[in-house]
Every structure is written in structure tokens, then in C-alpha cells.
Write a protein that binds this ligand. Structure first.
Ligand SMILES: [Zn+2]
Length: 95
């Protein structure tokens, strides 16, 4: 087992954590655009038709999980979006 963030080997007794990213499509912008412009629907349908099942699923709801070490956990908790300036939103938004 190793930390997937730094590709560093973890010893048997090293604490390890799982960081999970779930990227879910927020269609709000596109749906409101659809009401104004019917050609947007055609564009979206063409984009979807060009994707295979895996690509389409990833576009809508993608989940990835990685094992990380304690040091990486600390970094990710402090700056989960990995902004260059180190700032982070106070809370995440769950829908
Ligand atoms: Zn690490």
C-alpha cells in the first residue's frame, strides 16, 4: 500500500486515509439555457451521443477514491480544492 498523492510507500502500521472525490454535474446553467435557446438542447444531445457509456457516466456523476498518508490528509483538509494561494471555502456544499 502506498500514498497515491505522493506515490510514497506506507509501512504496515502507518495510518492511512481514503479521500473520495465525487464530481456531480450541476445542470442548472444548461437547463436555464435550454429554456432560452432550443439549439442548446440539440448541442447537448449531440455531445451525449458522441460519448460512450463510461464518458457519459463520468460527465454526470464520477466518483474516485485514493489512499493517502496522514501528512496528505492534513494538506487536503486545509486546502481541499488545492488552490494555488492556499485559500479554501469555509464549508463544502452538499445538495
Ligand atoms: Zn501522502
Amino acid at each position: 500500500m502506498h500514498c497515491q498523492r505522493f506515490e510514497r510507500d506506507l509501512l504496515e502500521d502507518d495510518p492511512r486515509f481514503v479521500v473520495t472525490f465525487r464530481l456531480t454535474a450541476d445542470w442548472t446553467g444548461r437547463l436555464s439555457a435550454l429554456k432560452k435557446d432550443a439549439s442548446t438542447l440539440e448541442t447537448v444531445l449531440k455531445e451525449c451521443a458522441a460519448m460512450d457509456d463510461d464518458e457519459l457516466n463520468a460527465e454526470v456523476d464520477e466518483v474516485k477514491a485514493f489512499t493517502v498518508c496522514a501528512a496528505c490528509r492534513t494538506v487536503l483538509r486545509a486546502n481541499p480544492l488545492q488552490r494555488a494561494d492556499g485559500s479554501t471555502p469555509r464549508t463544502g456544499r452538499l445538495q
